[in-house]
Design a protein around this ligand. Structure first.
Ligand code: AR6
Length: 176
């Protein structure tokens, strides 16, 4: 991977609600009405206005992404991505997970976002194997950055050092 792309990618181990970035991505469900995990954390940190805004959206299909304001978050926008539940890996999951990353990046590009932070979509309650999800996430982000100016910077916001190591090792393995 060219250094110029590697310079636009960062891996952190943190709570995504604390990040000072233009947009954060939420690992939502198709109702967009909140839940546990990172979704619950984002709604708690953003305050009730986020749920009110989500109610107006009418849900979102798996693989899709919808944008809202950031409300009380530092981030200006939340990109609500609906990842797939991992069944057997042969039910379209890879394409649906990749679509979450691409659709979020597309919206970030459209809005000329400086920075976007992603959690490890689908790897909690939805059971996606972490290493496969990491491969899909990094491939999608690198391909995007190679051909687009925005977002200028992507943060993989891992929840714990073990996940962060997975991302750092993967990026190192592909030359970042
Ligand atoms: N910051 C960053 N990452 C986090 C945080 C946080 N504050 N909290 C958890 N994670 P999950 P899913 C990580 O289960 O698998 C919800 O109920 C977590 O360690 O939040 O896509 C939704 O409403 C894991 O790596 O999302 C859906 O119903 C990653 O976030 C369902 O869960 C994703 O775990 C979506 O399941």
């Amino acid at each position: 991977m060219a250094n110029v792309i590697a310079d636009r990618i960062e891996v952190v181990s943190d709570d995504i609600t604390r990040l000072d970035v233009t947009m954060i991505v939420n690992a939502a469900n198709s109702s967009l009405l909140g839940g546990g995990g990172v979704d619950g954390a984002i709604h708690r940190a953003a305050g009730p206005g986020l749920l009110e805004e989500c109610r107006t959206l009418g849900g979102c299909p798996t693989g899709g992404v919808r944008m809202t304001g950031g409300h009380r978050l530092k981030a200006r926008h939340v990109l609500h991505a609906v990842g797939p539940v991992h069944r057997d890996g042969r039910s379209g999951e890879p394409g649906l997970l990749r679509s979450c990353y691409e659709e979020a990046l597309r919206l970030a590009h459209e809005h000329q976002a400086e920075s976007v932070a992603f959690p490890c979509i689908s790897t909690g309650v939805y059971g996606y194997p972490k290493d496969e999800a990491c491969r899909i996430a990094t491939d999608a982000v690198i391909a995007w950055l190679e051909s687009h100016e925005y977002p200028r910077r992507v943060v993989f916001c891992c929840f714990g050092e073990a996940d962060a190591r997975l991302y750092r090792d993967r990026l190192a393995a592909i030359g970042a």
